[in-house]
Ligand binder design. Structure first.
Ligand code: PNS
Length: 188
């Protein structure tokens, strides 16, 4: 019987419990699952690709058939390179559907042999996104139960560094807009 390998591409900035939920579901239906982090030079991520990789590797260490990789360029080209037959994507709500449908159909046009498989995370994660996690964490809200402990810790470290940086700038008489802190620069 043919083994089915799938990739789960995304930004994972940062990875959340919703991502982990999907990885667990994917690991049960695919023989092999590669969590593939997009290296996107145009984006200004909160976490470096190396940091995201480390977090995802730690999060997925308990799954025998899951690995973590990075890629750039087209997702379909990467999928072909690693001999995957499917692209796994999560759909949380109807609002995700339009964008995901467009991507799936474009990917099908580019590579008709590759299937996109949509899975739904647990309901308790249906409102969860990396963007909201970043925003809530940056504004001092609790992100407990939304991300693994390791990710929460890394977020807190980032925020502490950003606050120290902002305080230093303020003491040096700079206005916040002059600063280079990612937390101010980042579009939420
Ligand atoms: O986690 P995200 O940001 O929703 O993931 C989006 C991602 C990485 C899957 C998408 O942007 C992507 O596939 N980018 C790679 C470039 C590409 O293949 N573009 C055409 C998509 S139809």
């Amino acid at each position: 019987m043919k083994r089915i390998k799938a990739i789960y591409p995304g930004s994972f900035d940062p990875p959340t419990n919703g991502h982990l939920d999907l990885i667990e579901r994917g690991s049960k239906i695919f023989d092999e699952l590669v969590v593939a982090i997009l290296r996107n030079p145009e984006k200004d991520p909160l976490f470096s690709v190396a940091d995201r990789r480390k977090m995802l590797e730690a999060m997925t260490s308990g799954f025998d058939n899951v690995s973590v990789d990075t890629f750039d360029g087209l997702t379909v080209d990467y999928a072909l390179r690693v001999e995957a037959r499917a692209i796994l994507r999560g759909i949380r709500a109807i609002s995700d559907y339009e964008y995901e449908l467009q991507m799936a159909l474009m990917n099908r046009k580019l590579q008709p042999g590759l299937e996109t498989v949509f899975m739904m995370p647990a309901e308790k994660y249906s409102y969860l996104s990396s963007r909201l996690v970043r925003e809530v964490a940056q504004l001092g809200g609790s992100i407990e139960c939304l991300v693994p402990d390791l990710v929460e810790q890394k977020l807190r470290e980032k925020i502490d560094v950003a606050h120290k940086f902002a305080n230093r700038e303020q003491s040096a008489g700079k206005t916040p807009s002059e600063g280079k802190s990612k937390f101010r620069k980042k579009k939420l």
